[in-house]
Design a protein around this ligand. Sequence first.
Ligand SMILES: [Zn+2]
Ligand SMILES: [Zn+2]
Length: 376
Amino acid sequence: MSQSYYEVLGVTQSASFDDIKRAFRVKAKACHPDYHPDDPEAEKKFKEINEAYEVLKDEQKRAAYDRYGHDAFVNGMNGGNGGFGQGFGGFDFGGAGFENIFDEVFSAFGGGRRRGGPQTTRGDDLRYNLEIDLAEAYTGLKKNIQVENYVKCEKCDGQGGKNLTTCPTCNGRGHVQTRQGFFVMETECPVCHGRGKTVKDPCPDCKGTGRIRKKRTLEVNIPAGVDTGVRMRLSGEGDAAMNGGEAGDLYVFISVKEHPIFKRDGADLYCEVPVPMTTAALGGEILVPTMDGKGEKVKIKAGLQTGAQTKIKGKGMPVLRANSFGDLYVIFQVETPTNLNARQKELLQEFEQAGKNNQSACDDFLTKIKKIWQGL
Ligand SMILES: [Zn+2]
Ligand SMILES: [Zn+2]
């Protein structure tokens, strides 16, 4: 090819990707073999346009082309410039759907096309399980956690040592291309692990990895209202990357312990409160526990039954990152007295006698059962 790829597409060297794409579409259509059957000149031109576009549409290949020209893609066949161009060599550029195949192959391996230059791998994300109790979830708090993970080596500032040289295996690109049958895969360089550089004098502290394991104390700011399953991200507190890349994140997974009194459902709380039989029968007032520790006086109407509920508005849990509270549902349990003394027994017997003419739920129930028996 005597013309440069830019000339083939009729664009300048500073053309944007969109310009290149537009130019390619116009040019490719103009000399498409379908419109020019049996025209070897048009076919040749069509192949040239496709070849140019294949290089210029890819940031990485375009950069290599700008630097090395066509040589980048010819020598690459023999590994001279690090494997570039293998993807073009035997390809039939006239094929429809070519672009799609390429895109799929790239996205299937390593999350899409790489953007220029060497890549540094990111450090691992870490998980820390933190159990707190309901009172802590209610107030929110700052908590110190102990972690041991990889941090950047201070001695070499994460560089792994002195005298960095361009990796000979990938020529500083950080990745290599390998052929698998018809397709060409891009993989991380096995020697420099994507860094594009190797270290001549490895740092003695980190043995050239740029990171060391360290025990640390981190402060976690737990907001009020957290619940089991909430995870908090401590950005950059995960493992340091090998060779100075970006550190991962640390995720604190919260779980809230069961409370002996309160059951939680989102921001609402449920609480079973025992009521003395006499209070249930005569009515009165009882003190219901609340998470704020103050308690709440609740009026009891005469004749309260077990299972009756009442709602205390705003006495539930705080809603996470909102200025509001859930409600507290109180479920009453009427207590039957046990271990009665003689006087109490006497009074209750008296009570029973005095109430002989009162229609109670029990009497009602018995009447119903008798009717069923008679019906049989
Ligand atoms: Zn070091
Ligand atoms: Zn390398």
